[in-house]
Design a protein around this ligand. Structure first.
Ligand code: ATP
Length: 662
């Protein structure tokens, strides 16, 4: 079936509406976290934990002030007495009241546990964050160190360090604090690795935000929930460990005392006076348990397990750490560089390691984009569209490797390291991702995220950056931009978030906007708004556009030129207005034929491309499309056709270009 351009199913233009979420809904979203806290601490477990912890903290503050006189008063006339009306759990060998000593011991017990937890959290954060800050190789060393350290049981490590640091309070705090570091560092690493795959982190990197800032502003706030929960639970464990060390005589030394020390003394006389051991023992147990339950309640309240959310399709490739620069290893295709091009790519290759050697996922892609050009990339899922864009944006990650014969952006060779091109990419290159829900940092206000770019690249003052952010939100037609700038991303609708993401790209003055399936996650009316917006930005700002989509009609509507990709290669390049004619390559025609239009009979299935897309690890000899191609013959199955010129603005890689099926 041959389809003319107007027949392609084009979404109908609609007015660009504010698309504000209903006020009630937004308000209820805002109220939700508070309601969650309330619900979590209204449960019997949450309420009990909160009450016990509060009581313990009050006791830790008040008891030494109120009762240390009675706790430390020596009374030789009442030594080693059992429980009585004047001494509730008896006295010790100097006649001191053990009940008051247990109350006063609360402060040291809790304070030391919290101090040790602080050391664990600080050390764990430092060690766990290192891989995100240092290069890949050094990051691996950090990973290995943590992996080895985490294999040792913490209590054993604590005992070891208690001896190393010396017997006493200082040694015990350091021992317990340090012993917890590996496990906490492992948690930090795992959580950061998950969040590093989110689009907003990749977006911050493309924007040129430094590693430390990405870590501090975009990654850590998004894993803070589980980390806080773990630290709270860790405080309970530290309390128990402390009691253990003091009990063994390695912790608090006389004349100081904590619950562990009192337990040790009490145990010597457990048969004569059980209360002397039971009260400090119960204090340790109940407080440790309260810390743990409190942690659980906090987890429920902040929804910690779900804070990482889902990752977008793009995230499969991983975007942790800085992107991998392209090697200059690939061969230049011999064509002369285009000095005026915004983007000039030749022989771009992306490979992944495979059992039988590297597997090529992008195979020698080459194209140029001139100023204000709009180029579309179409192809089935897995054809290499996104990897091509990510390779250009320097966002392809280990273990994938990028090679390019030429990779020039605005005349600058991008091969050799993203750091050198940070500012160029941050100001002249905008990347719009598929899923607006993952494109923004959920913990920061939208305006602040936009303003960050102006501060990072233009050294703008806080105020100027904020004004520019509001101005850019206005430019992408977000209503009430001043108010919206102060909101969090979840308070935006999907379409608004996508427009705000485009606004983020406009904080600089982009020469190229790369939009990877920018409308796939949106409903059809909002889709049209976003496409209109991209088109108008292109017109008004003279920005070039590289639009990736599997939707041929979207590409035909917005772009001037189309690159058709199959199995990691460009198989055809043609003007967008000739796409309706079906193109010269059988694959292009099959893609176009699969697009429904108003005349498509509803009672018959849509024409589909037979077979499955080629597996990059198992490409057939000859043309990769041959097994699915109605025109394929022996030559196609033997020799892979090169991409050659086929008229003005056209290239095609097919032995039977333009032939009809006989
Ligand atoms: N990180 C990765 N590791 C290994 N293989 C990958 C990785 N990312 C992509 N691939 C593979 O590379 C090929 C091209 O993927 P790419 O995502 O570029 O395709 P696409 O055309 O953009 O598909 P889609 O429209 O589904 O996003 C696919 O076979 C894919 O499975």
């Amino acid at each position: 079936m041959t389809i003319s351009q107007p027949q392609l199913a084009q979404p109908q233009p609609v007015r660009l509406e504010p698309a504000e979420p209903e006020p009630g809904r937004a308000a209820s979203r805002r109220a939700r976290p508070r309601a969650r806290w309330w619900r979590a601490f209204r449960t019997p477990v949450g309420a009990t934990a909160a009450v016990i912890l509060l009581a313990v903290l009050v006791l830790a503050v008040v008891a030494p002030l109120a009762w240390s006189g009675r706790a430390d008063a020596v009374d030789v006339s009442h030594m080693l007495e059992g429980a009585s009306g004047s001494h509730l759990i008896g006295t010790d060998n100097l006649g001191r009241d053990l009940f008051y000593r247990t109350l006063v011991g609360t402060r040291l017990s809790v304070a030391l546990a919290l101090l040790a937890t602080a050391i664990t959290v600080g050390g764990g954060l430092l060690l766990g964050s290192l891989p995100a800050l240092v290069g890949r190789r050094a990051g691996r060393v950090c990973d290995a160190v943590v992996n080895v350290a985490v294999a040792f049981p913490p209590l054993l490590v604590a005992l070891f360090f208690a001896v190393v640091f010396g017997v006493g309070v200082k040694g015990a705090v350091l021992a317990i604090g340090v012993a917890g570091v590996p496990a906490y560092a492992r948690l930090v690493q795992t959580l950061l690795a998950a969040v590093a795959e989110r689009d907003f982190v990749a977006a911050a990197r493309v924007a040129g935000v430094g590693r430390l800032r990405v870590l501090g502003r975009h990654m850590l706030p998004n894993v803070a929930g589980p980390l806080v929960v773990n630290a709270t639970i860790g405080a309970g464990s530290a309390l128990l460990s402390f009691a253990g060390l003091s009990f063994l005589g390695l912790g608090v030394q006389p004349p100081d005392y904590d619950w562990g020390r009192l337990l040790k003394d009490g145990l010597d006389r457990i048969y004569e006076n059980p209360g002397q051991a039971l009260l400090p023992g119960a204090a340790v147990l109940v407080t440790g348990l309260a810390f743990n339950l409190f942690g659980e309640a906090v987890a429920t309240a902040i929804g910690a397990p779900t804070t990482l959310g889902r990752t977008s399709g793009r995230s499969r490739r991983g975007a942790a750490g800085a992107g991998r620069p392209a090697d200059a290893g690939a061969a230049d295709d011999g064509s002369a560089p285009d000095e005026n091009a915004v983007l000039d790519v030749a022989d771009l290759r992306v490979t992944r390691p495979g059992v039988d050697g590297p597997v090529e996922l992008v195979r020698g892609v080459g194209f140029t984009i001139g100023p204000a050009d709009a180029v579309g990339v179409v192809g089935e899922s897995g054809s290499g569209k996104s990897l091509t864009a990510l390779a250009v944006a320097q966002l392809v990650e280990h273990p994938l490797r990028v090679g390019a014969g030429r990779l020039r952006f605005l005349g600058t060779d991008l091969r050799g390291g993203p750091r050198a091109h940070r500012t160029l990419l941050g100001t002249k290159f905008a990347l719009v991702f598929q899923d607006p829900a993952t494109s923004f940092n959920p913990t920061q206000r939208v305006g602040a995220q936009l303003a960050e770019l102006a501060r990072a690249h233009h050294g703008a003052s806080r105020r100027t950056a904020r004004e520019r952010a509001v101005d850019r939100l206005r430019a992408v037609r977000i209503p009430a931009p001043e108010r919206r700038a102060r909101q969090l991303p979840h308070e935006f609708s999907g379409g608004m978030r996508q427009r705000a993401m485009i606004g983020l790209g406009l904080m600089g003055r982009p020469a190229l906007i790369v939009a990877d399936e920018p409308t796939t996650a949106l409903d059809v009316t909002v889709q049209q708004q976003v496409l209109d917006l991209l088109a108008s930005i292109r017109r008004e700002q003279d920005a070039a556009l590289l639009l990736i989509s599997h939707d041929v009609s979207v590409i035909a509507q917005v772009c001037d030129r189309v690159l058709v990709m199959y199995a990691g290669r460009i198989v055809e390049e043609l003007p967008a207005d000739e796409l309706g004619g079906g193109g010269l390559h059988p694959y292009t025609r099959a893609l176009v034929a699969a697009v429904p239009d108003m005349t498509t009979p509803l009672d018959r299935p849509l024409p589909a491309i037979p077979g499955r897309p080629a597996d990059p690890a198992d490409l057939p000899p000859g043309c990769a499309f041959a097994p699915r191609c109605p025109l394929a013959d022996d030559r196609c199955r033997r020799d892979d056709p090169a991409l050659v010129a086929a008229g003005p603005g056209r290239r095609v890689a097919c032995w039977h270009a333009g032939e009809e099926r006989s």
